[in-house]
Design a protein around this ligand. Structure first.
Ligand code: ALA
Length: 403
């Protein structure tokens, strides 16, 4: 069960912060904490099976290769993919989105074609498309955000060739109307790319049901380690994608003048992959599945509802994003009138509460909201209602100190 019952699995949660206050970790949208099984599995890999993959014929090399490929199979099951051959390991969501932009869009689109994003995107799902548009001659258009942080009206045209959007806004937690977006894009025959960095740890994902072409997420936001992420791509789309990291491990045949590349995911994984990180990713995804994503959804929603109720009563505090807890995921963002978001985050830090403040790598969204930045509290399956209450009391206290 998410909540208090799982907290003992996360060693860091028992540490104290300034003035021996207990840690209240509400910066999970930046990165999540890691459960003991993930930490142990990575240590055991280094202690017992460490070797490079796909290269050696010795036992350790075989074991390491099995570990990497079993992580690929687990990621495929986690995403409801048809095959592990649709799972490419990247450094994280950012690298995965860059791979699609450079390897697919920049090469396959041309003048007159249109790439559409939304104004709610993290810069990682905007900048790569800006460059792909510039390189290919395609135009880039953004569906606007409403002043309340929702998605505005959208239409796609006959030249819309690619639509890229986040499942959940990293800055304010808005759940995008992903089925409507995908259906409208598919009606136009466009390729659909989903940034699932903020949804993978919180919502059940099924790439076949979502109907997208590419989907990306990072392990470190989903209880796994930094340094590894997943790009899922439909087999035929991956076959159309050019690799951008060339080197060992991704070639079939090389002469001094030319090279041919492997098929499948290894085509995109030049160099030594993040092997211990793949072990950690596998165990993190197994952990999430064991808890049950349906339970995680209910848990997150209860925390968001509690936070919206409680924080909504604080005078001079502005909440951003949809008011309906079912239309947002695990994130509550806010500002206190007259207080800079960084100052408020520093005040909360003194009380042991970790949040993120600033533009959250989503400057166009901040412009739509009419502010330079917000304070963001983001939840994970180990957070509790008591912690929401600690946050609310600290904000009450901050409010009292305001003139
Ligand atoms: N993308 C991460 C965040 O939203 C770092 O904080």
């Amino acid at each position: 069960m998410p909540g208090p019952a799982v907290r003992h699995d996360f060693p860091i949660l028992s540490r104290t912060m300034h003035a021996e206050r207990p840690l209240v970790y509400l910066d999970n949208a930046a990165t999540s904490q890691k459960p003991r099984p993930v930490l142990d599995a990575m240590t055991s890999f280094y202690e017992e099976s460490n070797a490079n993959v796909h290269r050696g014929v010795h036992l350790l090399a075989e074991e390491a290769t099995e570990e990497l490929e079993s992580a690929r199979a687990t990621a495929a099951v986690f995403l409801g993919a048809r095959s592990e051959n649709e799972i490419v390991f990247t450094k994280g969501t950012t690298e995965a989105l860059n791979l699609v932009a450079e390897g697919w869009a920049a090469r396959r689109l041309g003048p007159g074609d249109e790439i559409v994003v939304t104004a709610l995107e993290h810069h990682a799902n905007l900048l790569p498309w800006q460059r792909a548009a510039a390189r290919s001659g395609a135009t880039l258009r953004a569906v606007p955000a409403t002043p309340s942080g929702d998605l505005g009206d959208f239409t796609f045209g006959p030249r819309t060739r690619l639509v890229a959007f986040s499942h959940v806004s990293n800055a304010i937690g808005t759940l995008l109307p992903i089925a409507r977006l995908t259906t409208a894009a598919k009606d136009r025959g466009a390729v659909v790319v989903i940034d699932a960095a903020q949804s993978a740890p919180h919502l059940p994902l099924d790439v076949e049901a979502l109907g997208c072409d590419f989907l990306a997420f990072s392990a470190h936001k989903a209880l796994g380690p930094t340094g590894i992420g997943v790009l899922w791509g439909k087999a035929d789309r991956l076959a159309e994608t050019e690799p951008f990291v060339l080197g060992g491990g991704m070639v079939r045949e090389v002469t001094l003048e030319s090279a041919t590349f492997l098929d499948g995911p290894r085509r995109f994984e030049g160099g030594t992959p993040p092997i211990a990180e793949a072990v950690g990713l596998r165990v993190a995804l197994e952990y999430l599945r064991r808890i049950g994503m349906d339970r995680v959804v209910l848990h997150d929603r209860a925390l968001v509802r509690g936070a919206l109720d409680r924080l909504g009563q604080i005078r001079d505090l502005t909440l951003y994003g949809p008011a309906d807890p079912e239309r947002r995921v695990a994130i509550v963002s806010f500002n206190l009138r007259g207080v800079h978001p960084h100052d408020l985050a520093a005040f909360l830090d003194q009380r042991g509460i970790c949040v993120r403040a600033g533009n959250h790598c989503a400057q166009p969204l901040m412009s739509a909201l009419g502010c330079a930045g917000v304070v963001r509290a983001s939840f994970a399956l180990y957070n509790t209602m008591e912690e929401v209450d600690v946050l609310a009391r600290a904000l009450d206290e901050a409010r009292e100190l305001c003139p």
